[in-house]
Design a protein around this ligand. Structure first.
Ligand code: UD1
Length: 340
């Protein structure tokens, strides 16, 4: 079985690539290296002793995408490649629509030419729910106007996939709405590699703990939550990687040529920013320098998943603890800085 992994050198893509190789799949990693590093390929090799095929392709380039589909035959596609900075998307919305939606459209044009229904997994985000009215969030909740062009681009991608399904074209699709992925591979050879100043909480925490950043700012402590800070559903990256294997197996084994499913991927448990900081401090025996600051524009107050659909239908749930995730995130940061 040969699987195309777009964005396969990125944070979620690299961890999933490792598991795919370990499960015996052949993979073709496509990445434009715009927010990833070619060294990740060597580290995937160090972990798995397997070197995947690699193509440096910008998926906005229609000709390059056509050539990719001429050069290889794919049994499945996992489409991670996307820009993901909320801040940047506010300043450069066009970049987000042309890249995130445009790339998907180019892939879909190729899918339409295939004889057999392709197995397709799409990376979406809980951002499509906006601030949900109730918790936990299940998949039937309405999709709200996104707070950012990034969120809007994910929503549009979901709509593009739904249109393809509704048009009657045979393809098997699972869309995964990720909650907040954190942590790193247990080897500490791959993990999250933020460019510049991290926007996300856990990389900011680890960079503060190692001394790259002076102080973490907690964005607001006057929300209507137990301790006043925002609540999220933090999922270990290894659990998140694993769910792609489960979904791929489901798609491959299904006889339904127009299977179309959407699943939340989270732990089902909400954790506040302060709780997360304290767990990080405890498990790693570190005192973190942090202060309370202003709210960040566009943040939802609370978001955690109702995970019953994926549990019932795919018998899948998370295995790793938050403690474990925060330990692995710290080990990764230590490993990144060991030569400095
Ligand atoms: C963000 C994106 C979301 C995207 C996800 C990808 C926003 C509004 N949303 O989610 O669309 O899918 O990343 O991982 O950016 N925090 C601090 N201090 C910091 C950084 C974060 O207090 O320096 C807080 C935030 O206010 C939030 C929590 O930590 O309450 C998590 O933030 P973050 O890691 O950026 O994730 P999300 O905002 O949930």
């Amino acid at each position: 079985m040969q699987i195309l992994v777009t964005g396969g050198l990125g944070y979620i893509g690299s961890h999933t690539s490792v598991l795919l190789l370990e499960k015996g799949y052949d993979i073709v990693v496509v990445d434009d290296l715009s927010n990833s590093n070619i060294e990740v390929l060597d580290n995937i090799f160090k972990i798995t002793s397997k070197k995947p095929a690699f193509e440096k392709i910008d998926l906005k380039d229609k000709k390059a995408v056509s050539k990719l589909f001429q050069d290889y035959t794919f049994d499945g596609i996992i489409h991670f490649a996307a820009h993901k900075s909320v801040n940047e998307s506010v300043n450069y919305p066009e970049k987000y629509f042309s890249n995130n939606v445009g790339s998907l459209e180019n892939i879909i044009d190729e899918i339409k030419l295939l004889e057999n229904p392709i197995n397709f997994i799409f990376s979406s985000s809980c951002t499509v729910y906006g601030q949900a009215d109730l918790m936990p969030i299940d998949e039937s909740f309405p999709l709200k106007e996104a707070e950012s062009p990034y969120g809007q681009s994910k929503r549009q991608c979901e709509e593009v996939l739904k249109s393809l399904h509704d048009s009657g074209h045979s393809f098997k699709n699972i869309t995964l709405r990720y909650f907040n992925p954190i942590g790193a591979h247990p080897s500490a050879l791959i993990g999250e590699l933020p460019l510049g100043i991290p926007e996300n909480l856990v990389p900011y925490i680890t960079q503060t703990a190692i001394g790259k950043r002076e102080c973490l700012t907690v964005f607001g402590n006057d929300y209507e939550t137990a301790d006043g800070t925002c609540v999220r559903d933090y999922i270990h990256i290894m659990d998140l990687a694993e769910v792609h294997i489960t979904c791929l197996e489901k798609l491959i084994s299904s006889n339904d040529d127009s299977l179309f499913k959407v699943y939340n991927v989270g732990t089902g448990k909400g954790t506040s920013v302060l709780e997360l900081i304290h767990i990080f401090e405890n498990v790693n025996d570190i005192k973190l320098n942090y202060k309370i600051g202003e709210r960040r524009k566009g943040d939802v107050v609370t978001a955690y998943a109702d995970t019953s659909k994926i549990k019932e239908e795919l018998n899948w749930s998370t295995k790793n603890s938050l403690k474990n995730a925060l330990k692995s995130a710290w080990n990764w940061e230590l490993n990144l800085n060991k030569d400095e």
